[in-house]
Design a protein around this ligand. Structure first.
Ligand SMILES: Cc1cc2nc3c(=O)[nH]c(=O)nc-3n(C[C@H](O)[C@H](O)[C@H](O)COP(=O)(O)OP(=O)(O)OC[C@H]3O[C@@H](n4cnc5c(N)ncnc54)[C@H](O)[C@@H]3O)c2cc1C
Length: 397
């Protein structure tokens, strides 16, 4: 054996995580707890703070403080021994194995994983990009909501808010915004009030859920004075007005866009195989089809063995499998298969400390359901928030 081979070790592999979504925070946690040998890790994320989608409506409703609902990914990355790069990935070159970033040098990789979420399906509707407020990407929604809140509080004649999208996100957001704004307007002595309409392109709201679940939410929306317009495809958004196919137009001071998610556009310029809607096609090992060193998870991925809902629970469950598969790929071992659960538990709050849940056709409702959801959400968040330094205490005056 040549002398210079004695004690030689393999060069570390560059593992690059793009996006700090629900699955990547678990990879970081796993690597922080048990650092893999021979890995040089980088996290590229557009936002330092990752909002937890499960608690976002509660934050909007005023049931949580901001710090309770988001993960500071910088200390988590530091604990995992990762280089932290706050930037937006705008391209992926599979030939040279590098991630192109906005305002930063390209980042080379041996293994890359994408967990960058989805964007709103706003394109193609005239005026929507300029006059509607998209819920996605969720890392920017809070700022957009704060701006809306200030406008509503200033409007002396009251406001009509139209939420477009009759899925779980649209329903939960409408109820959460309504709760927050009506409480704040009453506290400020503003009589004019705020009126909400939920617009759904389908014949009903919450169409992917059991009928009992739908009916319960129809009842809650009715009790809270939120009008529902179904079979209503929005065709144009103008300042103060939306146009709906087959319906009279609606006046709208604010239009919040919570329709089905779309894929980030720049993926179309990569050589990745995409599904018909532009999401990255992945195999059971969570790798991009035809690429041994590219993983994709969460909303941005289209799991080929079975169509999965664009729902945070799937991203969460993919996290541990992804962490293991990155370790295995680095070690040259066979990768594990991810097998998604058949039916997920959905708990949707009513904007108050009250929620309705469904799984396997069963539907339950109550304050206790919210308490259970709160316990689950806080337990999940503790796994990642414990890497953050405690907030500085308030100065004693
Ligand atoms: C109001 C609302 C409530 C919801 N409630 C629930 C719920 O209760 N349960 C549930 O299961 N699902 C819920 N969802 C769905 C859930 O939000 C998504 O399915 C989930 O966030 C997807 O997780 P993800 O990891 O794919 O991406 P995300 O959580 O969207 O994270 C993507 C990350 O990537 C970063 N990023 C994005 N693009 C780039 C880029 N180009 N370069 C670098 N970084 C980038 C972002 O900053 C972010 O950190 C809700 C959605 C909404 C809108």
């Amino acid at each position: 054996m040549a002398a210079d081979m004695v004690g030689a070790s393999r060069p570390p592999q560059n593992v690059v995580l793009v996006g700090a979504g629900h699955a990547h925070v678990e990879v970081l946690r796993s690597f922080a707890e048990s650092p893999p040998p021979d890995v040089s890790l980088t996290l590229i994320t557009r936002s330092r703070y990752t909002p937890y989608s499960g608690m976002l409506p509660g934050l909007i409703a005023g049931n949580y403080r901001l710090e309770e609902t988001r993960i500071d990914t910088r200390p988590l990355a530091v604990a995992a021994g990762a280089r932290f790069l706050q930037s937006e990935a705008v391209g992926l070159d599979l030939e040279s194995c590098s991630v192109m970033c906005r305002d930063a040098a390209a980042v080379p990789y041996d293994i890359v994983s994408l967990d960058i979420g989805s964007t709103p399906t706003i394109g193609g509707i005239p005026g929507a990009a300029d006059h509607a407020i998209p819920v996605k990407p969720i890392d920017g929604f809070l700022d957009r909501f704060e701006a809306l809140r200030h406008r509503v509080m200033r409007r002396s004649a009251g406001s009509h808010i139209v939420v477009v999208g009759g899925g779980a996100a649209g329903v939960e957001l409408a109820l959460s915004m309504q709760r927050r704004l009506s409480v704040e307007m009453a506290a400020a002595g503003l009589q004019s009030g705020v009126q909400f309409t939920l617009v759904s392109a389908s014949a009903a709201i919450l169409t992917t859920f059991p009928a009992r679940f739908q009916r319960k939410f129809e009842r809650v929306l009715g009790e809270r004075g939120i009008a529902i317009v179904t079979d209503a495809r929005v065709t144009e958004v103008r300042p103060g007005h939306i146009q709906i196919e087959g319906h009279p137009g609606l006046s709208a001071d604010e239009v919040v866009w919570a329709t089905e998610a779309a894929a980030p556009e720049w993926l179309g310029a990569t050589a990745l195989e995409l599904d018909p809607r532009g999401f990255i096609a992945i195999d059971p090992t969570l790798r991009a089809v035809g690429n041994h060193n590219v993983f994709a998870v969460g909303d941005v991925a289209a799991f080929l063995p079975r169509k999965l809902p664009k729902s945070g629970v799937y991203a969460v469950r993919q996290g541990p499998v992804l962490a293991q598969n990155i370790r295995r790929l680095v070690a040259g071992e066979e990768l594990r298969h991810y097998s998604p659960q058949q039916d997920a538990l959905y708990i949707v709050s009513t904007g108050e400390r009250h929620a309705i849940a469904t799984r396997n056709g069963l539907v339950v409702e109550g304050d206790w359901v919210w308490t259970f959801k709160n316990w689950l959400d806080r337990r999940w968040m503790r796994r990642y928030q414990r890497y953050s330094a405690p907030e500085p205490s308030m100065p004693v005056l």
